[in-house]
Design a protein around this ligand. Structure first.
Ligand code: MG
Length: 389
């Protein structure tokens, strides 16, 4: 078994913490070669000490400066900074796997750089494929550098597809917890506060993805992500609400058989699968206990109540720059909601307005996509400022 030398981009978030749990459990198989965070340098310093990490990066330059003068880091640790710091880490000679867990689209260039350098990309940041799936998967194929899905649903599908030729696959079935408002009355959705939306029943995640789960925009983003990861048209990807978050997703084959992957809702399972793939090793957290009664409910999603999901499907069908516009508008809307600038019901309104305001087109390259992303952000900001209560 080869030792995995890992660059962990987004080390202080929940994916980062869970990746470190796997590294702690298997020190002989996982080495942390580099870590990066946006600005939390004290946490980064603690990780640098524990895992003797030679290279660290802080995206925020002032935090990098503070880190250097803090004296908190091991003496021989190099502290990189800014977007170029992330690129340095993503292409480090000393590493063979890049775990991409930076929230939003900041990770796009480092992800492309990692693939360009022939690294395996263990991808948690779904926005990267939503924004630029076509270009990222093309770079993966060009450089013979695999993209391994670290998101729990996509990892489940990846496990179910193992050893199956693509012609056997009929449909992918993404499961969704339905979030905290699955059974909330539709007429009261406008009154939902950020505090209520930040309480997810099953998963402990960062604020952006927790709000996305509560609007089900998260499942919409995952639908688009799955389309690129598994090269399957969106009309052959179903979404099923499964409140217990035990079945992480399924694949239906042409003979009608359905395979599912099950595990307790902990990110250590998909992370460990990605890090050791195609090998396996003892897990970090306890698995399912079948000596207890286990209930698994499955039901179709309510597209009337969760407009973000409906919009994501329309977006995925439209393709071109539409998914990038959806993603950008959603990021602006979530941020505005978290800052009490808009209501919960305004989130899909911001997305719908922005999708209509930015003319659809086929992106020529990454620059063109980033221009569409910037335009969408500007239009969404405008809408938030002028049309929301
Ligand atoms: Mg997920």
């Amino acid at each position: 078994m080869l030792e995995k030398k890992i660059v962990l981009l987004g080390a202080t978030g929940s994916i980062g913490e869970n990746t470190l749990k796997v590294a702690r459990k298997h020190p002989e198989r996982v080495r942390i070669a580099a870590i990066a965070a946006h600005s939390r340098y004290k946490q980064l310093a603690a990780i640098a000490h524990e895992f003797a990490v030679p290279d660290v990066a802080l995206f925020d330059r002032r935090s990098a400066e503070a880190a250097r003068s803090s004296g908190l880091f091991p003496a021989n640790t190099r502290i990189h900074e800014g977007p170029e710091g992330l690129l340095t880490l993503a292409t480090l000679d000393a590493a063979n796997v890049v775990v991409m867990a930076i929230v939003g689209t900041l990770g796009l260039r480092p992800a492309l750089a990692a693939l360009g350098a022939g690294k395996t990309l263990a991808l948690a940041s779904k926005e990267i494929l939503v924004l630029a799936g076509k270009f990222v998967m093309a770079e993966s194929a060009r450089c013979d550098a695999p993209v391994l899905p670290l998101d729990s649903e996509h990892n489940a599908i990846f496990q179910c597809l193992h050893g199956e030729p693509r012609r056997h696959v009929e449909r992918l079935i993404l499961t969704a917890s339905g979030g905290p408002f699955r059974d909330f009355p539709i007429e009261k959705m406008g009154t939902i506060t950020p505090e209520q939306a930040l309480c997810h029943p099953n998963w402990n995640m960062g604020p952006k993805v927790t709000i996305d789960s509560s609007t089900m925009a998260n499942k919409g983003l995952e639908l688009i992500e799955a389309r690129w990861l598994f090269d399957i048209p969106q009309e052959r990807i179903d979404i099923v609400v499964h409140p217990q978050s035990i079945i992480h997703s399924m694949v239906r084959f042409i003979d009608g058989s359905v395979l599912a992957q099950l595990a307790p809702p902990s990110m250590t399972f998909p992370i460990q699968h990605c890090l050791f793939y195609p090998d396996r090793a003892e897990g970090v957290s306890p698995s399912l206990d079948f000596s207890q009664t286990l209930r698994l409910d499955l039901q179709p999603p309510d597209l009337k109540k969760f407009s973000c999901l409906r919009l994501a499907r329309e977006t995925s069908a439209a393709a071109g720059i539409a998914p990038a516009v959806f993603n950008a508008a959603n990021e602006i809307a979530v941020d505005a909601f978290l800052h009490n600038k808009i209501t919960f019901n305004n989130i899909p309104s911001v997305i719908e307005f922005t999708l209509a305001a930015v003319s659809p087109r086929e992106p020529i390259d990454i620059e063109d996509l980033l221009a569409a992303d910037a335009e969408a952000r500007a239009r969404a900001e405008e809408f938030v400022a002028h049309h929301c209560p």
